[in-house]
Design a protein around this ligand. Sequence first.
Ligand code: FNR
Length: 377
Amino acid sequence: MTNGDLLLKNIEESDYFPLNFDELELAVKDKIDIGPYSYVRSGAGGEETLRNNRQAFEKYAIVPRFLNDVSTIDTSIKLFGKTHPTPLLFAPVGMNKIAHEDGERAVIRAASKLDIPYIQSTVASYSMEELAAEAPNHTKWFQLYWSSNEEVAYSMVERAEKAGFEAIVLTIDTVTLGWREHDIRNQFSPLLKGFASGNYKSDPVFMAALKDDSVEAFVEAQIANIYHPQLNWAHVCELKKRTQLPVLLKGILHPEDARLAIEAGIDGIIVSNHGGRQLDGVIASLDALPAVAQEVAGRIPVIFDSGVYRGIDVLKALALGATAVAIGRPFVYGLAYAGELGVKRAIQNIYNEFEVSMKLAGVSNIAALRKLHLVKK
Ligand code: FNR
């Protein structure tokens, strides 16, 4: 039985589900309000990066090999000593309650059934302890937004360790919020609406520092904590000392930063431009990948995200040097469309196309896929 069959077995029968990303995005537009919809869909500024992330994939063409016996496909990978059946991960996406009442609870249930590692965001609607209880045995990592009150950051790391999270992902590209015109126009802030409070209202250090117990004081403190322009390599080194867990940096785009990360003892990096939501006009994540992968030279895992919406995108990212890929918007749309089942279906469609594409490209495992030849058009 192939991994694809394994995944299929986990998917219950259901009515029509949009087959690809564009259809899903369109369908979700009718399901949720314009505020949350635009919050998920949009990119920063004029959305140059959002467009480039997709166009970058189309610049690469696969040169397949044939006559390779692809009757058995193995899509498994190893990360930090653990084997996973697919090279996919759930990217950290905050505030999932804007898409569906069950929010991250539904997502981690789906992730667990699909056996795909889950990365929880700092700004999740539910706390890390709640999610750990939802999927106690599933592989989960905690994404950390640095906090201007550093003790809040360390408190969250400690809680994540206790709750059974297996890695810390420090996001480095969000020292301040990107220029998001749709959200400004729609006057939509999930933070102000309380959708990002799960890990804050449950944090003893954060709560003890509040000036009073009003909603206003809570939101004010959350905003004051969440943006952290002071973040620098000294914090990264200190974080490494304070936790036993592997630490990954999310948002690396320059090979030189990858080199510095390795020098600082970092255990993995995520090549990402935050799905085009932070600095507009920045290099497409896929265009940044080959040089970063070359610099890293296999010493630590190089995870990739931003614009992975199809199975062939997964294939191309792995062929260009990614160890694994993380998926963002597709699962959020799946969640908005049909809750837990929608998350599963959105990911299953990507995975199944990936598996078919591996066979058609003539590669039967990930090691062979990494040697697949791509040409830039
Ligand atoms: C994100 N992303 C994100 N990243 C992060 O480190 N912490 C977070 O809380 C969030 N929150 C978030 C919310 C929403 C609505 C989106 C769409 C994205 C970025 C995310 O982890 C990932 O980098 C991108 O989503 C990848 O791009 P695609 O797959 O959405 O194109």
